[in-house]
Design a protein around this ligand. Structure first.
Ligand code: ADE
Length: 224
C-alpha cells in the first residue's frame, strides 16, 4: 500500500516510523510519504490561505496549491487512488470504513487547516476518473487540522493489511469485529491485584467454558 499525506506540517507524521507501522515500512508492505503543501506555492510568503468569499471568520485554504500538490502526487501513482479529505463535515469513520480502505493500493490524505479547503478541490477531483474522493471525519468534534485524523485512520487501516499484525486471530476477536461487538475484558498476571481477583473461570483450564464466558461478557459490554 502506498500512502501519502499532504499538509503544511509534514513533521506531524514522524511517529509513523515507530512500532508496527514503522516495521510495515521496513518490510515494504507500506510506503509512506509526507508532502509539504507549501512546496506548491509560488509567492515569497508561500501563502496557502486567504479570506472567505461571502465574509465570515477565519481563513480558507486556497485551491491552487492543493490542485498542484494533488496532481503532482497523482502523476506518481498507478491505478485507482483514494483521495481522502479530512473534515469534521465528512462521513464518520468506523471499523467497516477502515476495512474498506485497507484494500486500497494508493491513498492520498489531504490535511486541511483553518476553516478548511476551498470546496472546488473536492468538486474537481470527484470528476477525475482514477480518483475516488472521500470526505472523512474521525468523530463529531473539531480538531485544528486533518493531521491527527489522518494518523488515526492510517493506524487503523495499516494494521488490517495482511502480515502487519503477527497474530491475525487477534483481529477477528477484537472490538468492532464483523459482528460489531466490542471485545471481552482481558486479564494477565498477577491473579490478584489490589484486592481484585481475576474471574475464576479464566484460571479453570476449561476452554469451552472460557469461550462461552467471553462471548457473554462481550455481549454484555456491547449492550451497555
Ligand atoms: N478536521 C478538523 N476536525 C476534524 C475531524 N473531527 N475529523 C477529521 N478532520 C477534521
Amino acid at each position: 500500500m502506498r500512502i501519502e499525506a499532504i499538509s503544511i506540517f509534514p513533521e506531524y507524521f514522524s511517529p509513523l516510523s515507530l512500532s508496527l507501522i514503522g516495521k510495515a515500512q521496513e518490510n515494504g508492505v507500506l510506503s509512506f510519504q509526507a508532502v509539504d503543501l507549501r512546496e506548491f506555492t509560488h509567492d515569497p510568503h508561500r501563502t496557502v490561505d486567504d479570506t472567505p468569499y461571502g465574509g465570515g471568520a477565519g481563513m480558507v485554504m486556497k485551491p491552487e496549491p492543493w490542485g498542484e500538490a494533488i496532481d503532482a502526487r497523482l502523476s506518481q501513482m498507478d491505478g485507482v487512488i483514494d483521495l481522502i479529505i479530512l473534515t469534521p463535515a465528512g462521513r464518520v469513520f468506523d471499523q467497516r470504513y477502515a476495512e474498506e480502505l485497507s484494500k486500497s493500493e494508493n491513498i492520498i490524505f489531504a490535511c486541511g487547516r483553518y476553516e478548511g479547503i476551498d470546496a472546488r478541490v473536492e468538486q474537481y477531483y470527484r470528476d477525475v476518473e482514477s480518483v475516488r474522493v472521500h470526505e472523512i471525519s474521525i468523530g463529531n468534534y473539531v480538531l485544528n487540522g486533518g493531521e491527527v485524523a489522518a494518523l488515526a485512520i492510517i493506524e487503523s487501516i495499516v494494521r488490517l493489511i495482511p502480515g502487519v499484525i503477527g497474530n491475525p486471530e487477534s483481529l477477528s476477536e477484537e472490538s468492532h469485529n464483523e459482528i460489531g461487538e466490542v471485545e471481552y475484558p482481558v486479564y494477565t498476571k498477577p491473579a490478584q491485584w489490589r484486592g481484585i481477583n481475576v474471574p475464576e473461570i479464566l484460571t479453570s483450564g476449561n476452554h469451552g467454558a472460557i469461550a462461552r464466558w467471553r462471548q457473554e461478557e462481550a455481549k454484555r459490554r456491547s449492550q451497555r
